[in-house]
Design a protein around this ligand. Structure first.
Ligand code: FAD
Length: 605
């Protein structure tokens, strides 16, 4: 350890997506010495891939819109399992966070009278997503990144954090390695904010990229925090299905928001057959009404293509299963027959190029072939809604790696809002905690540093074991086939047996070569996280014997309000530290002044 690179900060933020950068800016503004660490290049986070927009009830298109309607939509979208306080804070504060981005230089699309434009998305009653064409995330990350650099915040990029350290139960630091050199780095800090994003790489078909191995989820578990709502994984209805090299790549919901419709191989616009009772009062039930809605939203109800994602993904899945899929096993998404080529190229430039370049399909002339893809995890670190602090003192979590805000299903656009709102709150709370400690900070024990480095290099010590790529491929296949969009007890049990076997195989995994830029070694380290996160998802999915939001059980197809409508499942590490255990937790009680928004849906439509 002598000679190991060491740094000391008040707050260390792990992750440089929207959540991490917003948290770092807030911590800096609150007076902290702060560092941001990210395992890929700065700017290369999920956030940059976000297409559709940021949900914020600014009321620019609909003066009727306000935080209360947004709050209600979010709770209903999450099938009432959201932490009400997070949904409330998010709805109340998102407009201010968007305006602030604009102050910092973000250039949003405009309405005719010069306000920030807002577009329609599934589950949102009013057009509410502030956007920049279909490249909103790029503008958001550009703005936040520029500000981070301007403020002089230290950024450590291409550095992966593998362990967190504690002293007397409180966070004392974090440990990681430079991806290029393989050399270890120690951060001493009393406050760590996890902002590591999602877990999608545990599934074979996903819109997520290589970084999303659930590191923050796993780091939190191993530090003694708990995860909530892990059974809820969002399968986005529209991912590319062809060519195979890009299977799962996202096709933004804006295609439907801007007029695109879903059709099966018989040419039927099938979503009318899948309108659930819960949303019937506010959904058009004829093609005429659905089409009229685009021009006259006051007097018509929304098209069923804009139901929340879980509903649309399940409907597509059923059509494909019933043999009405496309030649490449998807469904058609058609905007070509509904909008002019100029409109499509202006509103959806990235989609136009994505299909042209990757699939040789001109979306202004032909329909796209699409199918569900693993997209987002609603589950994450259980945090206090006002501070984002986990059960471990000094450990915070924000963005996709935190849980509670979205309940059982996230509405499109609500993630980008979540990053900004809770990023700011976490940065402020972490700073106030760290500075409140005064001179008495938890210290990092040498033995812990030694253990972290020994465990990191362990795969080099084993001879003749398996390579991590084959274990990862089997895990992804297993999660896709057995813990995917439709689940049953027997398949989930099988997945848990397979995960146990994969854990055994992982113990004996070998990597070749040395520590300088060695992707096999990096994957070996990531796999530990992927396995514990996958186990959390499968265990929670097996326990929840009902269907709700992003969790559909073929053997329990109904939503069971009586048994499951009032509690969440919480996951923590078992005593041996080798697996996870589940506990049930009652939902926090919503105050009466908020309950009133959920009276009979008919009265409110
Ligand atoms: P990310 O942006 O995912 O950033 C995670 C960061 O953590 C990265 O910097 C990564 O390098 C770092 N990291 C991870 N592990 C480690 C580690 N061990 N050590 C160090 N660093 C680590 N949401 C919307 O609201 N609207 C949209 O229009 C929208 N479109 C989307 C389109 C696509 C294609 C995708 C994939 C998602 C979309 N989403 C959208 C969802 C949204 O983009 C993500 O949920 C959100 O960006 C997550 O942000 P984050 O800050 O939590 O994490």
């Amino acid at each position: 350890q002598a000679g190991m690179e060491r740094h000391a900060y008040d707050v260390v933020v792990i992750g440089a997506g929207g959540a991490g950068l917003r948290a770092a800016i807030a911590a800096h503004d609150a007076g902290a010495r702060v560092a941001v660490v990210c395992k890929s290049l700065l700017g290369k986070a999920h956030t940059v891939m976000a297409e559709g927009g940021i949900a914020a009830a600014m009321g620019n298109r609909w003066p009727e819109d306000n935080w209360e309607v947004h709050f209600r939509d979010t709770m209903r979208g999450g099938k009432m399992l959201n932490h009400w306080r997070m949904a409330q804070l998010h709805a109340q504060q998102a407009p201010e966070r968007v305006m602030e981005l604009e102050d910092w230089g973000a250039l949003f699309d405009r309405t005719d009278d010069g306000l920030i434009s807002q577009r329609d998305f599934g589950g949102h009653k009013y057009a509410r997503l502030a956007h920049v064409g279909d490249r909103t995330g790029l503008e958001m990350i550009r703005t936040l990144q520029q500000r981070t650099v301007q403020l002089g915040i230290d950024v450590f990029m291409e550095l992966t954090i593998t362990d967190l350290f504690k002293h007397d139960g409180a966070i004392s630091g974090a440990f990681g390695y430079w991806r290029e050199t393989g050399r270890f780095v120690l951060f001493e800090a009393p406050a760590v904010i996890l902002a590591t994003g999602g877990i999608g790489k545990s599934f074979k078909v996903t819109s997520n990229s290589w970084e999303y191995t659930g590191d923050g989820h796993a780091l939190a578990l191993r530090a003694g925090a708990s995860l909530i709502n892990m059974e809820f994984v969002q399968f986005h209805p529209t991912g590319m299905v062809w060519p195979p090299s890009v299977k799962g790549l996202l096709v933004t919901e804006s295609v439907r928001g801007d007029g695109g419709v879903l059709k099966n191989s018989e040419g039927t616009r099938f979503m009318f057959d899948y309108i659930p009772e819960f949303f019937r009062a506010e959904t058009a039930d004829t093609v005429e009404e659905a089409d009229a809605w685009y021009d006259d939203k006051k007097n018509n109800r929304r098209p069923p293509e804009l139901l929340p994602r879980d509903e649309v993904a399940r409907a597509i899945n059923s059509e494909i299963k019933a043999g009405r899929g496309t030649p490449h096993g998807g469904i058609y998404l058609d905007i070509a027959s509904r909008r002019s080529p100029e409109f499509i190229r202006k509103r959806l430039p990235s989609m136009y190029h994505q299909f042209k370049e990757l699939a040789d399909v001109d979306i202004t002339a032909e329909p796209m072939e699409i199918g569900p893809t693993c997209h987002y995890v609603m589950g994450g670190v259980e945090v206090d809604p006002d501070t984002q602090e986990s059960a471990v003192a000094g450990l915070y979590a924000v963005g996709e790696c935190s849980g509670g805000m979205h309940g059982s299903n996230r509405l499109g656009g609500n993630s980008l809002g979540d990053l900004l709102v809770f990023g700011k709150l976490a940065g402020e709370a972490a700073t106030s905690y760290a500075t409140g400690l005064g001179g008495t900070r938890p210290t990092v024990a040498d033995a812990d540093v030694k253990a972290a480095s020994t465990s990191a290099v362990a795969p080099f010590e084993i001879e003749g074991g398996e390579n991590p790529y084959s274990i990862q491929a089997d895990l992804q296949q297993s999660m896709n086939d057995l813990v995917g969009i439709i689940r049953t007890a027997s398949e989930l049990e099988q997945s848990l047996t397979e995960i146990e076997a994969l854990k055994e195989r992982a113990k004996a995994m070998t990597v070749e070569g040395h520590r300088q830029y060695n992707p096999g070694w990096h994957l070996a380290i990531d796999l530990r996280n992927m396995l514990v996160v996958s186990e959390s998802i499968a265990k929670a999915a097996l326990a929840r014997e009902e269907s709700r939001g992003g969790h559909t059980r073929d053997d329990f197809p109904a939503t069971d309000h009586e048994v499951w409508g009032h509690k969440n499942l919480v996951v923590s590490l078992d005593e041996a530290g080798t697996g996870v255990v589940l506990a049930e937790k009652p939902l926090p009680e919503m105050p009466d002044e908020l309950k009133k928004y959920f009276d009979e849906p008919k009265k409110e439509s």
